[in-house]
Design a protein around this ligand. Structure first.
Ligand code: PLP
Length: 479
């Protein structure tokens, strides 16, 4: 028996050495990342040639495995926390939360139910309360849950909206979102089993906001046809342009029509901590449910999303099941079992990183960082406007700016401009110097910078713009 026993343990020395080396590697990475290239490129073939093997029957020393991983895995991953990672939504992260994640994993805290870990449940309650207050949600009645990310928060929200507004018959239910809503919402709608005929994608106006009049017409028509408008998804901070939908107006439509008002704030909601952000996000407090994504602009490492709801009972009414194997840990109602508030039973302890980073830096530092992001994006806009080479296609909004190469004095047609800007992005990425990709606005290819990294400087942005200009000048279509 003993001979064949395996406890999957290392000696104390080996544990310590492995741990210290990993911490050293993380700290070193953080301090030298400015001098590294942010972008990793690599084909399946190249990755296969590095990693493809059968699961080894016999192990090797942990130090050797770590050497290999540091050399080949970490170096072949794009660094979304790099100051020159401007694309999609960067993940600036912060070291305190990284260590908190290590701690939570190290102790393998089960964050599903109260009985298993009262402190973990309590910290989730407390940090959710901090967020409820930040977003002006009802402090006593409100509730929420941490999820893996914004996609899962949106899915949790729509499942809740449907349960509360439709019960178990949703055959006539109709859901409304704009053409700028994030793709995760459509995914969630599909996962929930809605038919295509139950989805209304409403066009946006010139500023990419929900066209309110078209929405009203659509709702009225659906009612006339005997359908049941039940949920509207607004966006506070669209992925393309950072645009915030007219939240107050949409909220009053939802109120009149008895429609669930969900706001997808995965990208932009954190901006509420900055003064300008608070103004732009007016009305966010009126949502029935709000998606926030702390692993974006709250500077948390992956994975951490969050759903807030006006009334915590919405969640328990949607997700509570009472199987016999959980009967001994039900507890009383003030002691929340988060497995009754969302989809997961076994959950990692996500609240810890949020808690430790806010305790360590204070909300004030978060406010400063987010304000800096706003200011940087506006400074970049100013600089672009002053130059004869660049055109601002959409002004800095919630730290996102869209622009394109469009030099004065040269008469390029629309197609040529698209080609040049595509060329710029492709060559910048291929150089690995910066992560800067394009998007399409009003049918034009544009470059998009998302400037939520508090460690990005104006000088670094200028270096990237210079690099863009260099590629623009060598582009064959620009001769
Ligand atoms: C990023 C994002 C999502 C998806 O969040 P994940 O954390 O990537 O799952 C949803 N909505 C918006 C507006 C986003 O920006």
């Amino acid at each position: 028996m003993k001979k064949n026993r395996a406890t999957l343990e290392l000696s104390k020395d080996e544990m310590t050495n492995l741990g210290y080396r990993i911490v050293d590697a993380i700290v070193d990475h953080h301090h030298t990342q400015q001098d590294q290239l942010p972008v990793a490129l690599g084909s399946r073939k190249e990755m296969d040639s590095l990693f493809l093997e059968e699961a080894p029957e016999k192990g090797v020393e942990s130090a050797k495995v770590l050497d290999f991983v540091l050399e080949h895995v970490m170096t072949n991953s794009t660094n979304m926390a790099h100051p020159k990672s401007y694309s999609f939504v960067p993940g600036p992260s912060n070291y305190v939360s990284v260590m908190a994640d290590a701690l939570a994993t190290g102790f393998n805290v089960f964050s599903g139910g109260w009985a298993a870990s009262p402190a973990a449940a309590e910290l989730e309650i407390i940090t959710i309360q901090w967020l409820l207050k930040i977003f002006g949600f009802p402090a006593k009645k409100g509730g929420g849950i941490f999820t893996s990310g914004g996609s899962m928060a949106n899915l949790t929200a729509l499942a809740t909206a449907r349960r509360i507004k439709c019960g178990s018959d949703f055959s006539k239910a109709v859901i409304y979102l704009s053409d700028q809503a994030h793709s995760s919402n459509i995914k969630a709608i599909r996962v929930l089993g809605f038919k295509k005929e139950q989805i209304r994608i409403i066009p946006t106006d010139g500023e990419f906001k929900f066209a309110v009049n078209k929405l009203k017409n659509c709702i009225a028509k659906d009612r006339l046809e005997g359908l049941h408008p039940f949920c509207l998804i607004a966006t506070s901070g669209t992925t393309n342009t950072g645009t915030v939908d007219p939240l107050t107006e949409l909220s009053s439509i939802c109120k009149q029509e008895d429609i669930w008002f969900h706001i997808d704030g995965a990208y932009g909601a954190a901006a509420i901590l900055a003064k300008n952000g608070k103004q732009v996000l007016k009305g966010i407090e009126k949502a029935d449910s709000l998606t926030v994504d702390p692993h974006k602009w709250f500077y948390q490492p992956y994975e951490m999303g969050c759903l807030l709801v006006r009334n915590h009972k919405f969640l328990s009414q949607t997700f509570t099941e009472k199987p016999e194997y959980l009967r001994d840990i039900e507890g009383n109602t003030s002691e929340i079992n988060f497995y009754d508030h969302g989809i997961q039973l076994t959950r990692r302890f996500r609240a810890l990183k949020f808690y430790m980073s806010i305790k360590t830096f204070g909300l004030q530092e978060f406010r400063k960082a987010i304000t800096y992001n706003f200011d940087l994006a506006e400074a970049v806009e100013k600089r672009l406007r002053k130059s004869g080479e660049w055109e601002v296609v959409f002004p800095a909004t919630l730290a996102v700016i869209n622009f394109r190469y469009h030099p004065l004095g040269k008469k390029h047609n629309a197609n040529t401009l698209d080609k040049i800007n595509q060329y710029i992005s492709e060559h910048v990425v291929a150089s690995r110097e910066a992560l800067l990709v394009t998007t399409i606005l009003h049918g034009q290819v544009v470059l998009r910078m998302c400037l939520i990294n508090p460690r990005t400087t104006m000088d670094q942005v200028q270096e990237t713009l210079d690099l863009c200009e260099h590629f623009a000048k060598e582009c064959p279509d620009n001769q």
